[in-house]
Ligand binder design. Structure first.
Ligand code: MLC
Ligand code: AMP
Length: 500
């Protein structure tokens, strides 16, 4: 038995699976080419048996074909972020311990050197995708690991969240039912493809349902509007920052263009927002422009999607709805006892979509779950009139900027490695565009003359672009409490103008 995702693809072989920068590809082409990739990855073996395959491939046809090829060979796919500098990619190679790296020619230079230093072979697309006599592919167990996605925690560097094929299937089946996915759907995709949002909610849901996924090479507000204006997209999913950018682009357009964009967007049957809190003014403005009431939902890399407003029925602004099919959610107090409706509590989640381990981190995995299997999300919420409202996170050190989750501590570690820095504190300052705006207060060491550009360059070489602080403030000392501990809410105040 091959994977259900693959079996289903055979059932809609002639339909268009992907409209990509490289062209248009049917489900049967996806099946043929992913079998060729699997054959090459196996290179004579019966099964990759969970060996990690890291892949650095831009959004598009090759990306989807490589991901399916890894899955069909029995490998654990580790998508690498195309925006990351070498240092972050090297961290993933060291942590994931892959047997091979797959790279696209446009990105191979970023990974070839660090792969070579580690004795890793780099296989390049498009050669990997070329026809070849096909091997017999393994029966991949649904319990086997499918994807490893890196996500920040409060302590240490990012951790690999291992999702099995069964986890992904549960997530996809849940969303397919809740959001009414069908084969005639056509979805636009420009989200980064190293996160559940882009990979599971958009790409895999589309391919599971025999729909068409149209992949744009990157996000550009005008391009998205032009695509919507063609009137053939039925679904659209994005993060709040993107909706905000689309609204800004619409505001900047001339009346004729605005009218065409608005008219095209009406063909969508559903538009979804998630990965960060959707500001109510953004929801209202978007509805005013497009007539679409955004469906806000809540999720997390470790659980997939947990809560969603309804497809039919009232989508309440500022709320994330109710548990999705197959997902158990509860809110608990500090002693992990369930709270009554109307009382705030931490969200805990259980169900077949929930991951089972952080890669090679048994202590962190154990800490993340209660004895009876509830995953501790660290997010706070309250139930009001039957629907959940997200209140924030229990840790001030976890930030969400433009839908990207980051650890303040990881950024502080990098800034502290600068010889001119005695201490620093990184905070998320509420921001209408980014959600959290990453800001750093820095205390110079002795008489050191701290130059902001130097700190920014240091952060740029070591960290993903979205982790680089937008604002730096050089201060004599950091605000502290009576015990001498830095008080982050007070640090945040330093960045908020008095008249804000
Ligand atoms: C880019 N920049 C960011 C940023 N993205 N800064 C802060 N936060 C971000 N998210 C930086 C760039 O490096 C650049 O810095 C400057 O901001 C302007 O860049 P840009 O070109 O305007 O940004 P762009 O490439 O358009 O990216 C913005 C974005 C992107 C919002 C389109 O960040 C995005 O696609 N985010 C979605 C992330 C996502 O899918 N999250 C889901 C996680 S899963 P400089 O210095 O060069 O000017 C999850 C679970 C769930 O959360 O519930 O879904
Ligand atoms: P990630 O770890 O990147 O998967 O991000 C998951 C986190 O994003 C969650 O733990 C929440 O803090 C946040 N998140 C996701 N969806 C929403 C939402 N609709 N509203 C508020 N926060 C959200």
């Amino acid at each position: 038995m091959s994977l259900e995702l693959v079996n289903r693809a055979a059932g809609h072989a002639d339909r268009t699976a992907l409209l990509a920068p490289e062209g248009l590809f049917s489900y049967s082409t996806l099946l043929d080419v992913s079998a060729a990739i699997a054959t090459r990855l196996l290179s004579g073996r019966d099964d990759l048996d969970g060996a990690r395959v890291c892949y650095l491939v831009p959004p598009g046809w090759s990306y989807a074909a490589v991901q399916w090829g890894i899955w069909r060979a029995g490998g654990l796919g580790v998508p690498m972020a195309t925006s990351h500098p070498e240092a972050e990619l090297a961290y993933v190679l060291d942590d994931a311990d892959p047997e091979v790296v797959v790279a696209h020619p446009s990105l191979v230079d970023r990974v070839a050197g660090i792969a070579k230093q580690r004795g890793l072979t780099v296989l390049q697309t498009p050669a990997l995708l070329a026809q070849t006599p096909l091997a017999v592919l393994p029966d991949v167990d649904e319990a086997a690991g499918a994807l490893m996605l890196y996500t920040s925690g409060t302590t240490g560097r990012p951790k690999g969240v291992v999702l099995s094929h069964a986890n992904i299937r549960a997530q996809v089946e849940s969303l397919s039912g809740a959001w009414g996915w069908r084969g005639s759907d056509h979805i636009l995709l420009h989200l980064p493809l190293h996160h559940v949002h882009g990979i599971v909610n958009v790409l895999t849901c589309a391919l599971w349902n025999g729909a068409t996924c149209e992949i744009l090479p990157r996000f550009n507000a005008v391009d998205v509007w032009e695509r919507l204006a063609r009137g053939d997209a039925t679904l659209y999913m994005a993060v709040p920052t993107v909706y905000r950018r689309l609204i800004d682009a619409w505001d900047d357009a001339d009346p004729e263009t605005r009218a065409a964009w608005t008219a095209g967007s009406k063909s969508c049957r559903l538009m979804v927002s998630g990965s960060a809190a959707l500001p109510v003014p953004t929801l209202r403005r978007w509805e005013g422009i497009t007539g679409q009431r955004l469906l806000e939902r809540y999720g997390m890399t470790e659980i997939g999607m947990g809560l969603s407003n309804p497809l039919e029925g009232e989508r309440r602004p500022g709320f994330v709805g109710t548990p999705l099919p197959g997902v158990e959610i509860r809110l608990v107090d500090d002693d992990e006892r369930p709270v009554e409706a109307g009382h705030p509590g931490q969200i805990q989640v259980r169900g077949p979509g929930v991951f089972s381990q952080y890669w090679r981190r048994s202590a962190e995995t154990a800490d993340a779950f209660t004895d009876d299997g509830w995953f501790r999300t660290g997010d706070l919420a309250v139930v009001e009139e039957g629907a959940y409202r997200i209140l924030g996170r229990s840790s001030v050190d976890i930030l969400k900027t433009g839908g990207e989750k980051i650890s303040a501590l990881e950024i502080e570690d990098v800034l502290r490695s600068h010889p001119g820095v005695a201490d620093c504190a990184v905070v998320g300052v509420p921001d209408p565009e980014w959600g959290d705006r990453v800001c750093a207060a820095v205390v110079p060491a002795g008489d050191a003359e701290l130059v902001e550009d130097e700190l920014r360059d240091l952060a740029r070489t070591r960290l993903a672009p979205y982790k680089v602080p937008k604002d730096f403030l050089i201060v004599d000392d950091l605000p502290r409490n009576a015990m001498g501990k830095v008080t982050k809410p007070d640090v945040r105040e330093l960045f908020t103008p008095d008249d804000a």
